[in-house]
Write a protein that binds this ligand. Sequence first.
Ligand code: DAT
Length: 176
Amino acid sequence: MSKSAARGAPNIMISGTPGTGKTTVAKELAQRSGLNYISVGDVAENADCLDGYDEELQCGILDEDRLIDELEDVMSQGGNIVDYHSCEFFPERWFDIVFVLRTDNSVLHSRLTERGYNEKKMEANISSEIFQVILDAARESYPVEIVHELQSNTADQLESNLDRMLEWIELWKQQH
Ligand code: DAT
């Protein structure tokens, strides 16, 4: 049996640089599709999957192996929307599709300024977006045909991304 056939509903990865709109689209998609939303950041905190703190970037350091163990059961059941700013360390078998959100630098800069990011953190994230680090990592870690790049600058793009995701979920259900 294929990895997808074993699941009753698809698992969707939504990745992208911080500020590109992952949480916004993932939560809305969960509401509209009825799939389960998983915030990796929240799981990491609540299930004690953080291993120290990065002072420079002001964020917890993720214990990836512990997080994977924590999520294995729920992911094997399917029907999850997972949102995280990197995606290459998750088991490839978990996901049926990977969306990578992209945002223009000036828009991203304003969103991260609003969030109060320090200069170091701002610089790291803006340059990651310029060099499409997350998109390249996704393409290297998953079959290229399941990795989709989506623009996420405007409310219209948010809506069309949601429509596209919902259409894909419907198609998946018809085919499985
Ligand atoms: P992330 O989870 O990737 O860090 P977010 O969902 O918290 O990003 O969004 C960051 C901010 O940008 C938040 O104020 C909502 C806004 N936003 C997200 N997607 C957008 C879009 N497509 N158009 C306009 N604003 C958007």
